[in-house]
Write a protein that binds this ligand. Structure first.
Ligand code: AP5
Length: 215
């Protein structure tokens, strides 16, 4: 199955993509994670992406589309994938359709995660992530067993630079203007599924599976 997860920052796209990818045996392809790894390693891509990410802005389309195209051609994507955080502009969505059409594997569904902005700000203030294995926690709703330590690999958890409230507000503004138009793009082509992402994570997972027909 080829899926796109859409929604504002903090909607739970990454949390749900990780669960579904594990259960379905397909990769979670997160452009945010790819950029963060490049920033950590200070590659040329990372140095370019860093200034946009720190400002809460989007990395330019030509850079982002190129890395996604290369990633989707990898062997582990042959049986499907979950795109988490891509596309984020109409140009990216159109490019994705072209890439998948050339590969002969059209997109099955785009899932919109719906949640209000104040809930997102609350969630992101409590998010902690593992810089090593990418596991995501929340000090309020999904705390690790030992405070500040990753359950999976034992590394020290960190707060993302772009989770400071003023950067979150900037990311939300970018979402409203540049990414929300994709909801209409996928709705018009009959590929949109809407999920109430304000509920508990296990309830969101159940609704998602039912909507995708994999319950
Ligand atoms: P990216 O990493 O993609 O950030 P994002 O889309 O803003 O998404 P988040 O990771 O913030 O949120 P999420 O929806 O995955 O929520 P999560 O599951 O973690 O992008 C970062 C930056 O990279 C961008 O700003 C941009 O600069 C650049 N970039 C990335 N892709 C790009 C692209 N395509 N084009 C251009 N630039 C791009 O959950 C959040 C928190 O809430 C966690 O603590 C979690 O534990 C908790 N939580 C999750 N679900 C629930 C629930 N149901 N109830 C309560 N708490 C919950």
């Amino acid at each position: 199955m080829q899926l796109v997860f859409l929604g504002p920052p903090g909607a739970g796209k990454g949390t749900q993509a990780a669960v579904l990818a594990r259960e379905m045996g397909i990769p979670q392809v997160s452009t945010g994670d790819m950029f963060r790894a490049a920033v950590r390693d200070q590659t040329p891509l990372g140095r370019e992406a860093q200034r946009y990410m720190e400002a809460g802005e989007l990395v330019p389309d030509e850079v982002t589309i190129g890395i996604v195209e290369e990633r989707l051609r990898a062997r582990d994507c042959q049986n499907g994938f979950i795109l988490d955080g891509f596309p984020r502009t109409v140009a990216q969505a159109e490019a994705l359709d072209r890439i998948l059409s050339a590969m002969g594997r059209p997109l099955d569904r785009a899932v919109e995660f719906r949640v209000d902005e104040e809930e997102v700000v609350r969630r992101l203030a409590g998010r902690r992530s593992c810089p090593q294995c990418g596991a995501v926690y929340n000090v309020h709703t999904q705390p690790p067993q030992q405070a500040g330590v990753c359950d999976r690999c034992g590394s020290q958890l960190v707060q993302r630079e772009d989770d400071r409230e003023e950067t979150v507000r900037a990311r939300l503004a970018v979402y409203r203007t540049q990414t929300a138009p994709l909801i209409g793009f996928y709705e018009q082509s009959g590929r949109l599924v809407r999920i109430d992402a304000a509920r508990r994570p296990d309830e969101v997972t159940a609704e998602l599976k039912e909507a995708l027909g994999i319950a």
